[in-house]
Design a protein around this ligand. Structure first.
Ligand code: ZN
Length: 172
């Protein structure tokens, strides 16, 4: 039989290998596609929530501004502002309650290294023993923990001497 020749057997094995590797490629592409679909769906729903949020914020602002307009026109409403049992008082309370829901999250800036360097200009490398509690003042750069120090004519000079003789932890 022709199928029993070594050449045919070799080709059959190779073909099966190709098939397997194509299949593996196909599976990994399909997985990637599924992950992208999922990501897209998440982004779309986040966008949707943001839209809703915006919409509610706008309604809230409209409500607040029309109430303010009414209060500004009416002395009666103005007097009711502080009376929580009055309709105006209740409307104000409702707006304040909604505003509380929409309080933005506290902004926490990322600590940026460049920011520290710029701000201080006195970013000192750790002492020879690796202590981080170091500082420079009065012409002396020193470690508060082990008292290692460098004395110079100015604080700036002491600081610079310290950093040229002490390796930075970040550059290693
Ligand atoms: Zn030290």
């Amino acid at each position: 039989m022709l199928a029993d020749t070594p050449e045919i057997k070799r080709l059959t094995v190779q073909f099966k290998e190709w098939q397997a590797s194509h299949h593996a490629n196909y599976v990994s592409v399909a997985n990637e596609r599924d992950a992208l679909h999922k990501q897209l769906a998440e982004q779309q729903s986040a966008y949707c929530r943001l839209n809703e949020h915006n919409h509610e914020c706008e309604k809230l602002l409209d409500g607040a501004s029309s109430l303010l307009g009414e209060i500004a026109k009416s002395g009666q409403l103005y007097r009711e502002c502080t009376d929580k049992s009055s309709i105006t008082g209740q409307r104000i309370a409702a707006i304040l309650a909604s505003v509380a829901v929409f309080q933005p999250e506290t902004y926490k800036p990322e600590p940026a290294d460049s920011e520290l360097d710029k701000e201080g200009g006195w970013q000192m490398n750790p002492c020879k023993q690796g202590h981080l509690d170091v500082g420079a003042a009065g012409g002396v750069a020193h470690c508060y923990q082990c008292d290692e120090k460098i004395v110079a004519s100015t604080t700036q000079e002491a600081f610079e001497l310290w950093n040229t003789t002490h390796a930075s932890t970040t550059s290693n």
